[in-house]
Design a protein around this ligand. Structure first.
Ligand SMILES: Nc1nc2c(ncn2[C@@H]2O[C@H](COP(=O)(O)OP(=O)(O)O)[C@@H](O)[C@H]2O)c(=O)[nH]1
Ligand SMILES: [Mg+2]
Length: 259
């Protein structure tokens, strides 16, 4: 498959804080998803981070969510409408409160495709790993990810990272193709002002397509806004099922990359 015929997918991470979500995103994509200064300094994901990589089945946009309970709102925004989840559970600790909470959210949202990464395997002994694997299976038993493959991973040594790619390939290649017809619908997961651009919103297009100059309605306000620029994964474009970044009225320019 080449060029515009390639499928595009959105995958979101899930899991407790410090379990290695952002490290795995970096190992998979080469991109550090923690873009804010505060995130880098505190080594903690606060807002959604984005990265992408290619698989034989298509291009994968990874949404890295925060694991801290205080940032649950951001996590909820990030997992909306995703094709699959990448649940990360540290082998050192096993399932923790936000593991359970995130698995609950994925189940509620009907995200039933995914891969489970048992991370930090370089830090545990084999018998401990066995115990944690059992605990994890029990935790996922009644969830939408009950049948998801579990991969033992270390983002530090690279162990299992290629297998995560292979399992994601299997899961995504079997995912149904989205129907992109109808009106464009963009659930907004982040909104911010960028000097020289005005208001920028990001999200995963749930259907339809957007063009420059379109005037979608901003809900719940009911106000019309205008699309002055469109970006997906760092470059200007418009095809559907990609993470979107657009500017609204008030901006003075339509050029430049999103944050
Ligand atoms: N030894 C080891 N450390 C890891 C691994 N994955 C993440 N870490 C470390 O664990 C800490 C938390 O990782 P991070 O990816 O920020 O966790 P997140 O909160 O789930 O995004 C960081 O210091 C990472 O370097 C791993 O596989 N092995
Ligand atoms: Mg993180």
């Amino acid at each position: 498959m080449t060029g515009s015929a390639r499928r595009t997918f959105v995958v979101a991470t899930a899991g407790h804080i410090d379990h290695g979500k952002s490290a795995l995103v970096q190992a998979l994509t080469g991109t550090d998803p923690d873009r804010l200064e505060d995130e880098k300094r505190r080594q903690m994901t606060i807002d959604l981070g984005f990265a992408h990589f290619d698989l034989p089945c298509g291009r994968v946009g990874l949404v890295d969510v925060p694991g801290h309970q205080r940032f649950m709102r951001n996590m909820l925004a990030g997992v909306h409408g995703v094709d699959a989840a990448l649940l990360v559970v540290a082998a050192t600790e096993g399932p923790m409160p936000q593991t359970l909470e995130h698995v609950g959210v994925l189940t509620l949202f009907g995200v039933d495709r995914g891969v489970v990464a048992l991370s930090k395997c370089d830090l545990v002994e084999a018998d401990w790993l066995e115990l944690v694997t059992e605990e994890l299976a029990a935790c996922l038993e009644a969830s939408s990810l009950a049948d998801a493959p579990v991969v033992e991973v270390s983002s530090r040594t690279g162990q299992g990272v290629q297998r995560v790619r292979e399992e994601l390939e299997r899961v995504l290649a079997a995912a149904p193709t989205h129907q992109d017809g109808g009106d464009a619908r963009l659930p907004v997961d982040r909104s911010f002002s960028l000097r020289g651009f005005g208001t920028v919103v990001t999200g995963t297009l749930a259907g339809g397509s957007l063009q420059l100059g379109d005037q979608p309605v901003l809900l719940p306000e009911g106000r019309r806004v205008r699309v002055r620029g469109l970006w997906a994964r760092g470059s200007r474009c418009c095809p559907p099922r990609r993470r979107r970044c657009g500017t609204e009225p008030g901006c003075s320019s339509t050029t430049g990359p999103p944050r």
